[in-house]
Design a protein around this ligand. Structure first.
Ligand code: SF4
Ligand code: SF4
Length: 402
């Protein structure tokens, strides 16, 4: 996508079994296609989701297949701009553009889309999408610390369950919910353990390689086996280390901000291509959804599902104190040399919240900080590259140019 850029994605050589896992996830979309097609043939409906606030456990407990529909392609944006303003977040435009072009098979197959009132752009886009797609809207209260908000959200999660039961003529029992909770907890724990391998120095993977280790469909048993295989073979593997900047050792980056959905990974390649390794991604395609499990022994499984999701430290919440706390913890755990914050253009909540993140980075954590505001187009890659290189130089000087 970034055809003119000078940098290339860093590639970490890994043991053969780990490479086999990377190759497996390299065909993620095709495999998810086959999985969804087979599930449909067995009578399991496809349910589209577009946000980490949507509790996949409830969808799984209804016997349906939750598929993430977030778009990461610049190619579908012009079609979306026939309906949506051009100064809108590329993630929203790309997702809607797939709908306009009828070019996302998962969206075509989706019998239902579960939408959520997170940011204004998505909320209003959903109205357009809902004109031709069956949709259930989850209303998300946004005062993260208020008990009334959690009570309202718990009712919303119950309404989702009621809706799925009526639509698919199923009874979502406590046992089915507990089963889905155990499955999702297992997936979250495995992905968290893989992410924790990046605490090592040098890291056993690049951030780009780690980003690939997930699927747009959660809870696929074969994926969980692959996570276990990767953990086994990377647990004790040594590593040759990545090639870094001028002094050879890559700067360790904590990446925060907006999600990097499938198709938009070029921005991560650009950062690592400058001589960095992204050791932790605080965003929704990284660690954010993995921070907390759902309690497995709660006699009220819907309430514990609602609690876990309500705690998600997204910038649409106010105040979003948990995100700052998370960044403190991740900085202590992963020992970054600097923090990069990624903002998709027109993402107002993350953009405004970046004031607090910069303050935290520079004044409290004493780490160099850079905010990158961009979209899915390659037009500003040279400018971004120059700014990342300057940041990495500052970071390397800060650690004594080791
Ligand atoms: S960043 Fe916020 S709005 Fe976006 S997917 Fe994550 S939780 Fe949802
Ligand atoms: S990146 Fe920001 S504007 Fe875009 S969908 Fe997520 S929260 Fe909304």
């Amino acid at each position: 996508m970034f055809g003119n850029r000078k940098t290339q994605a860093q590639v970490q050589r890994v043991p053969k079994p780990a490479q086999e896992v990377l190759d497996y996830f390299g065909t993620m979309v095709d495999r998810c296609y086959d999985y969804a097609e087979a599930a449909q043939a067995q009578g399991r409906p496809i349910v589209g989701i577009m946000c980490e606030f949507t509790p996949r456990e409830v969808i799984l407990a209804a016997g349906a297949v939750p598929v993430c529909l977030c778009g990461g392609s610049a190619a579908t944006i012009p079609a979306a701009e026939r309906y949506l303003p051009s100064n809108l977040c590329p993630l929203i435009k790309s997702t809607f553009g797939y709908h306009v072009q009828d070019s996302n098979p998962f969206l075509k197959w989706a019998d239902l889309v579960v939408a959520e009132t997170s940011c204004d752009g998505k909320k209003k886009m959903f109205e357009l999408l809902g004109a031709s797609k069956a949709m259930h809207v989850l209303e998300l209260p946004q005062k993260a610390e208020q008990a009334e908000g959690l009570a309202f959200w718990t009712r919303e999660v119950e309404k989702l369950k009621d809706h799925l039961e009526a639509r698919y003529r199923v009874h979502i029992t406590g046992e089915k919910l507990h089963e889905a909770i155990r499955l999702m907890n297992r997936e979250r724990r495995l992905r968290w353990q893989l992410a924790e391998l990046m605490r090592r120095d040098p890291t056993p993977l690049t951030g780009r390689q780690l980003l690939d280790l997930k699927s747009i469909i959660s809870g696929i048993p074969a994926d969980l086996e692959q996570y276990e295989k990767a953990l086994q073979c990377l647990a004790d593997s040594g590593t040759g280390g990545l090639q870094g900047g001028s002094n050879g050792k890559p700067a360790r980056v904590l990446l925060t901000g907006v999600p990097i959905v499938h198709g938009a990974e070029h921005i991560l390649e650009l950062i690592e291509g400058c001589g960095a390794v992204v050791v932790a991604m605080e965003n929704c395609t990284g660690l954010k959804p993995l921070l907390e499990d759902v309690a497995e022994d709660d006699p009220e499984p819907l309430a514990s599902i609602a609690r876990k999701y309500y705690h998600l430290p997204c910038s649409v919440m106010t105040p979003n104190l948990r995100r700052m706390e998370t960044l403190r913890e991740l900085a202590a755990k992963f020992r970054p040399d600097c923090i990069i914050e990624l903002i998709w253009q027109a993402c107002l909540t993350y953009d405004i919240e970046s004031f607090q993140v910069r303050k935290l980075a520079e004044e409290e954590l004493r780490l160099p900080y850079l905010k990158i505001t961009t979209d899915y187009s390659p037009s500003d890659s040279t400018r971004i590259q120059a700014r990342v290189e300057a940041l990495l130089e500052t970071a390397q000087n800060g650690r004594g140019g080791e």
